[in-house]
Every structure is written in structure tokens, then in C-alpha cells.
Design a protein around this ligand. Structure first.
Ligand code: GDP
Ligand code: MG
Length: 440
């Protein structure tokens, strides 16, 4: 990850004076590579790096962060700022029925996201009305109608032989008489931007005066995102962006490029095909994703706040010498309980989230963590230091002692040995296990 690479670049500099132009050059090359790998547009990446250089050069190297981490922090903060700082919301305060118009290329996720928005608004006590305005693909009207039916939301009875502008006008009246307060217009898309489509969208806009025109963009779109977003914004003056398919392995570079060229807030992200999979856009999370570093800064902050540093250093040393015992496992669980959920912590460790095993690992909840504690507490010191001796008799005794079942005990031993395996794979990598125990 980027933080690993920067760690190497700055190894020599640890604890010395200021970040200088020279020692920062190499780091910035890495930053630019990371941005390009994340599919950030070339021009956007170049400009971004120049801004970071300006901000980073001359900064004091602060004690608790390694210089590499410090550059990562400058980069991260700058990314967050560019991505919009705060989480944006919809402005639906206007005269009712309020109109939301969904625009974007074909396949970007307009229809799905219309359904998701309807569900979200419904949950907030609003009465949304779905309006299919894509008359070019017969299946498009049906797709939205089915979504609406599954949600119990009203859907305008559009027909393919109608003019989209007329449909939208009629839909406003239908919403008024039907007691709906919010229209969500699902417009047609094309595979590429074309003038005929833009003209039609412009006419719809003029006819219904939307409070929000949301440009729906596929996060997997790479460089193309820039020109497409620019064109839609130029012709329609969009009010915000929804980035779909962020559940895939897109690195989020499109977010930065689109935000940069449109200067419009990214309001939501689509995290799956289901109607629940719509989340507010969190600039800091996407910044971390672009940098491929997990929520490493959050982790550093949390670790610094909670983990007893001496203990962590001792543990790191001990891990190198003696390996990781069930006693250490117990101590980690107690730390984790202080820091947040296990899953949360795992997600913050660079590299961890990309490990396939993580998906197969049991995901204990807080209650389960308590059970794990009880089980390990019921083991003898000898057992804790050598799990290999935990035979059936001992497991039964431990289950009784901890008020759990043998299956519970087996599960704990299994997650411990899974973790052991994972640690073997990660050991030695900076930002890996080291970060976990606060010794990075
Ligand atoms: P439209 O042509 O813009 O209306 O796009 P659709 O809403 O029909 O979506 C195109 C495809 O993308 C469909 O298969 C959707 O299920 C899928 N899709 C939309 N949003 C998401 C998302 O956030 N995550 C994933 N994984 N798939 C999505
Ligand atoms: Mg559609």
C-alpha cells in the first residue's frame, strides 16, 4: 500500500527536523502513482500532487508520526478537502412536490438508484412517486415499475409512445392529486454522451424545475468519468453526484475526478444491487480507499488513545521472539473491546481488508467477545501458552468452567489459529501487525 511505500521512503528521516523539498519528491512520486492506480485522471493527479507539495514542504516532523505517515496525513487531508469535506445531503426543502431528476449514462445505475432513493425517502416519512421517463428501452419502464411495487411506492403509468417531457409534466400533476411530496424522475441514458439526449434532459429540466439533478456515475468508470461528468454539468448544471458500484473493487479515483471537474458534492454511494445499498458519501473513507491504506489514520488515532504503549511494544517484541499465545489473543480482545468491533478494527488494518480469509473468518460481535474472554479465562496458564495440548477433556472442562459449550470453545480455538495463520502472513510488513499493536 501507499503507506508501506512511503514508510520505506522516509525510513532515514524518522525524527529529523523538517520535511524538505528533496525528501518529499520521492514520496510525491509514490502518491501520484497511487492516484493513477486508483484511476484518478492524470491532470487531476498532477494538480493534486502540486498542492500537497506546497502544504507538506516545511512542515515539522511531529514526534508521534513517522514522516511517511505525516505525508500520508497531508495527502489524506487534502483528498478529504477536495472530495468535499463534510457529508452532503439532499435539499428537498422547496415547494412540494419536490422533483429529483436522475441523469447519467446507460448502465450507470439510474433506475436502481431511483428505487434506492425512494426507499430511503420512504424511511424518512416522505411519500415518493417514481416516474419512468426512459421511453426508448421498453424494459426500462417495467424495471422501475417492479421496483416501485416491491417498495409499495407509487409509480407513474408512463407509456413508451409518450414524449418524456409530457410524461414528466403529467407526473407532477398526478403527484399533486395523489398526495405525493417527492418525484423521482428516472431519465433515459445513452452509452455515450449525445446532443439529442442532452437536449431532451434540458427540456425536462425546464418543464419540471427539479430541486436536485443527480448525476449517477459508475465508480468503475476510469478516465472517461471526467469528460462525461463535465458535459452533464455544463448542459444541465447538476446539483450533486451519486457514485454507484462502490461495492466492487473500484478504488474510488472517479470520485476525485468527478468532484474536481464538476465542483458538485458527491451525495451518496451505491454499495450493492439491493434497495438498501445506498449510503451517504463519506469523503474520509473514500480518501483512505484511494490511498489504499484502510482507515489507517483513524487506527493510529484510536491506537494512540487507547493502547498502552509500553504493553504494545512489549507485545510486539514478544511476538517476534515467542509467537502469539492465547494469552496475547485475550489481551488483544480486551484492547479491541476498548477500540471498537473486531470487524471494524480488521477493516482499518492496511492489507487486512484485502485478505481473502477475512471474509471467511467468524465475525464475533461484542457479546461474543465477552464469551471468548470467559473461555480463555477458564484455561490454565499452560493451556493458554500452548494451545496444542487442548484435547477433548480439557475443552469440556473449559466449557463447563466458562458456562459455554464445547462448540464455543472449539470456535475460539479456531479463530485463534486462523488469526495465527494470518499473522504469519503479515508479519514483518510495516503497517501490518505492527500497526495493529501500535508499534508501527
Ligand atoms: P441505468 O441504465 O442507469 O438505469 O442502470 P441500472 O439501474 O439498470 O443498473 C445497471 C446495473 O448496475 C444493474 O445490473 C444494477 O443492478 C447494477 N447496479 C446499480 N447500482 C449498483 C451498485 O451500487 N452496486 C452494484 N454492485 N451494482 C449496481
Ligand atoms: Mg434505467
Amino acid at each position: 500500500s501507499l503507506s508501506d511505500r512511503l514508510h520505506d521512503v522516509f525510513k532515514q528521516l524518522r525524527g529529523h527536523g523538517r520535511l524538505t523539498e528533496e525528501n518529499i519528491q520521492e514520496a510525491l512520486r509514490e502518491v501520484r502513482m497511487a492516484l493513477l492506480e486508483a484511476d484518478v485522471n492524470f491532470k487531476v493527479a498532477k494538480e493534486f500532487v502540486a498542492t500537497v507539495a506546497e502544504k507538506a514542504i516545511g512542515q515539522e516532523v511531529v514526534g508521534s508520526l513517522a514522516p511517511g505517515q505525516q505525508v500520508v496525513k497531508v495527502v489524506h487531508d487534502q483528498l478529504v478537502e477536495l472530495l468535499g469535506g463534510q457529508t452532503a445531503t439532499l435539499d428537498l426543502s422547496g415547494r412540494q412536490p419536490v422533483v429529483i431528476m436522475m441523469v447519467g449514462l446507460q448502465g450507470s445505475g439510474k433506475t436502481t438508484t431511483s428505487g434506492k432513493l425512494a426507499k430511503m425517502l420512504q424511511g424518512k416519512g416522505r411519500k415518493p412517486y417514481l416516474v419512468p421517463a426512459d421511453v426508448y428501452r421498453p424494459a426500462a419502464i417495467e424495471q422501475l415499475t417492479i421496483l416501485g411495487q416491491s417498495l409499495g411506492v407509487g409509480v407513474h403509468p408512463s407509456a413508451t409512445d409518450q414524449d418524456p417531457v409530457a410524461i414528466c409534466r403529467q407526473a407532477v400533476h398526478a403527484a399533486q392529486s395523489g398526495g405525493y411530496d417527492t418525484l423521482i424522475i428516472d431519465t433515459a441514458g445513452r452509452l455515450h454522451v449525445d446532443q439529442e439526449l442532452m437536449a431532451e434532459l434540458g427540456r425536462i429540466k425546464d418543464a419540471v424545475q427539479p430541486a436536485e439533478i443527480l448525476f449517477v456515475a459508475d465508480a468503475m468508470t476510469g478516465q472517461d468519468a471526467v469528460t462525461v461528468a463535465e458535459k452533464f454539468n455544463l448542459d444541465l448544471a447538476i446539483s450533486g453526484v451519486i457514485l454507484t458500484k462502490m461495492d466492487g473493487d473500484a478504488r474510488g479515483g472517479a470520485a476525485l475526478s468527478i468532484k474536481k471537474v464538476t465542483q458538485r458534492p458527491i451525495k451518496f454511494v451505491g454499495m450493492g444491487e439491493g434497495l438498501d445499498a445506498l449510503e451517504p458519501f463519506h469523503p474520509d473513507r473514500v480518501a483512505s480507499r484511494i490511498l489504499g491504506m484502510g482507515d489507517v489514520l483513524t487506527l493510529i488515532e484510536k491506537a494512540e488513545a487507547v493502547v498502552d504503549k509500553d504493553k504494545a511494544e512489549k507485545l510486539a517484541k514478544k511476538l517476534k521472539k515467542e509467537g502469539f499465545s492465547l494469552e496475547d489473543f485475550l489481551e488483544q480482545i480486551q484492547q479491541i473491546k476498548k477500540m471498537g468491533s473486531l470487524e471494524q478494527i480488521m477493516g482499518m488494518i492496511p492489507g487486512m481488508s484485502r485478505l481473502k480469509q477475512l471474509k471467511d473468518m467468524p465475525k464475533p460481535d461484542e457479546k461474543e467477545l465477552g464469551r471468548v474472554e470467559a473461555i480463555i479465562n477458564s484455561m490454565t496458564i499452560k493451556e493458554r501458552r500452548n494451545h496444542a495440548i487442548l484435547n477433548a477433556n480439557r475443552r469440556t472442562r473449559i466449557a463447563k468452567g466458562s458456562g459455554t459449550t464445547v462448540q464455543d470453545v472449539n470456535k475460539v480455538i479456531k479463530s485463534y489459529t486462523d488469526m495465527l495463520k494470518m499473522m504469519k502472513q503479515m508479519s514483518g510488513k510495516p503497517g501490518g501487525l505492527g500497526a495493529f499493536v501500535g508499534g508501527a
